[in-house]
Design a protein around this ligand. Sequence first.
Ligand code: ZN
Length: 643
Amino acid sequence: MRARTFIFVHKNSGSRFVFVNLDLAMTMLAMKLEVVERIKTRYPDLASLYTMDNVMLAGTHTHAGPGGFSWYALYDITTFGFDREHFDFIVDSIVKGILLAHDRLSAGGRILINTGLLEGASINRAPQAYMANPSVERERYLKVGNDTDNLMTVLRLQDDQDKELGMISWFSVHCTSMNNTNKLISGDNKGYASYVFEKAMNGNALPGTGPFVAAFTQSNEGDVSPNTRGPSCPDGSPCDDNYTCKGKTKDCIAKGPGIDMFDSTRIIGQLQSDKAMELYKNAREVISGAINFRHTFVEMRNVTVSPEYTGTGSIGKVCSSAMGYSFAAGTIDGPGDFNFKQGTNTSNPFWNFISRFISKPTPEQIACHLPKPILLNVGDTKPIEWLPGTLPIQSVVFGKKLALLAVPGEFTTMSGRRLRERFNNTLARFGRADNGTHVVITGLANAYSGYVTTFEEYQKQRYEAASTVFGPHTLAAYMQEFDKLAIAIGKDLPVPPGPTPRNLSSDQHSFIPPVIVDTHPIGKKFGDIRTDVDKEYKIGDTVRVEFWSAHPKNDYMTEKSFLLVEREVSKDNWQVYATDGDWSTKFHWRRHGISQSVATMEWEIEENTPPGTYRIRNFGNAKSLFGKITPFSGSSSSFNVVK
Ligand code: ZN
């Protein structure tokens, strides 16, 4: 998991912008608040350079990462609560990334932009809802993906010597190529795309070590799935119109293009990487002009939406947040596995603890959300709501060329198109945009608050609509509030900062069992082999070795590796060939008995692997009963790779 960080400074005006693309399911409000706070308190010299207003954090939406990093209960249920250690690790890593980028700022440079359509990497997973949008509107998009937003936007970053520095791509597709049976940590399809793009640009350097950084950023992917073969039932028959198999949502699952989820991740990642490379190589349009950014916090439930935005001819009210019934069902990308039976004992201690705080919706709340039937009235839980009610919105505009809109959630295809068009039109009224301005949505940015559908899609109450937590006028509210940012940019005025969300750091609860102690079998040491490798392997084989190891949480191994594949280049001289960041390796960990650990290291020998002698090493840290953490390592026997 990486935090790919970019700092942009406009030379003449000094205006500055930080963009961080995170291999995470989303950015949480807590992360943004804490990143800004830690820069302020720990690096006072930088406090005025990197602020709430000009730092943008975006999550790729990988579903294959560790969780427990929200201050809001709804998003910590699956992890048994808030994981302070993990949260601190994420925030410190982001801050470290910003410092590194700051130190490496080049004296000058250029930004080039290019766009193109990527076909075959996405499908709409709620087409019934999409069809509810007006046909005249839908017809405008028949050639640009129809019910998916197929436009990829790429920035090419180079210094004033034309040395290539980095690439950022925006493309809308869920990072759910890995399905919910996967237990491995992964950047999913966007992580894979970054991996291969960076390999290509960094001359095959080990992952995370080359100078060139390639980020694949999420956009308006709310209803977009990477599982392009679409949904089907376990017996292979098609799902019914409501995406169920004989009434069961759980059985209707979409499959990716590959033979399994790993293969699908690779294919969807490669498609994004290839398209981005093509656009990157052919980028000619130069971005110039000062960087104009605006950021404000909006208390959502207090927003009244004017008829200009609702599309209904009357004023719209934004509701206090609530989840609808279809939320619990999940989607074709992952049927819901939340245990939402209220008032019963479940195996989830965090749920048992917090479920007593669920409030009953009032008649006004029920009416506000119609036609959504309320399952969880998360906005009115006491003492703190389960979902952030005060949200950040942010726009960053580069001259007249590029506008980035950071949205704290997942906009559907049509929602994103409407927001972008509106923002562009408003900027254009002030001469700050034209037909050639690229308006791009950065999704899951700065905070997370579920989905955003159009008013028409909302009426269909599919998963995305059930998870549109502020009611039918949520999109209209965003369009109205983003318009205020566009108007402020147009008039060169500041925007009010809005109400600062409460810091909930001291209100967190965790039922995550800590690591008590690590042990190994009698007569063994940490790092000893449990099952060794064979003597010889061929290209295409998978090498497997098991070690007596320890709990991986004892050390996150930042910028290190739990495993190394090493190649003997001369007698007793070993060189690292692959790390745990490589696609060819897998690190499985399991508890054995009460406190022993088995680490299984796998290495798939890819095409082009040079024949020779190799070994696989394990690195870990063991915890004693007194809490002392001791590093250890182990090695497999050496083995030969032959043609
Ligand atoms: Zn999602």
